[in-house]
Ligand binder design. Structure first.
Ligand code: THU
Length: 165
């Protein structure tokens, strides 16, 4: 039997951040501030991430590059490493991500790289909570409900268990 299957997802797009709720607007502002702390001398592409935890605490991260390029880390993983390390049992509800070139805020918001998608997926799996992903640029802001939308058919702990006794 051959089956053709289809995966689709919906996300919300806003022309103006004024249309978002106050919590999400605040998270975007935190991510923008965080982007200013990026260390990106090689790419000159600064990324900021801000994670809102269930308690209301906001944890920030920025990309930190390295002369040995693969040793650098993205903003999203920087923020999530921070929140897991310092607020282990406080579950992330949302992550806002903003990117800047030397000309300022990107017009259209880039979405997270594959490595970061995998790490966000692991955090959803670890906590059992969906993490809202807020991608914000000068022209538009997109809100995705869960990393499963950006990373369908993901590799997860379920796969590792298949061959375990
Ligand atoms: N970067 C991030 O911080 N997050 C992403 O999801 C994509 C890329 C960073 C890594 C590197 O420092 C710079 O952006 C250019 O790739």
């Amino acid at each position: 039997m051959i089956r053709t299957k289809n995966i689709s997802f919906s996300y919300i797009e806003y022309d103006n951040t004024e249309e978002l709720n106050a919590d999400d607007r605040e998270l975007i502002l935190e991510a923008r501030e965080s982007a200013l702390n990026a260390y990106a001398p090689y790419s000159k592409f600064r990324v900021g991430a801000a994670v809102r935890l269930e308690s209301g605490i906001i944890v920030r991260g920025a990309n930190v590059e390295n002369a040995a390029f693969p040793s650098g880390i993205c903003a999203e993983r920087s923020a999530l490493s921070n929140s897991v390390s310092n607020h282990h049992n406080d579950k992330p509800l949302a992550i806002a991500i903003v990117s800047m070139t030397e000309d300022g805020l990107c017009d259209d918001p880039p979405s997270p790289c594959g490595n970061c998608r995998q790490v966000i997926a692991e955090e959803e799996s670890r906590t059992g909570n969906q993490i809202k992903i807020i991608l914000s640029g000068r022209n538009k802001t997109m809100i995705v409900n869960s990393i499963s939308d950006l990373l369908p058919l993901q590799f997860s702990k379920k796969n590792l268990r298949v061959n375990l006794p």
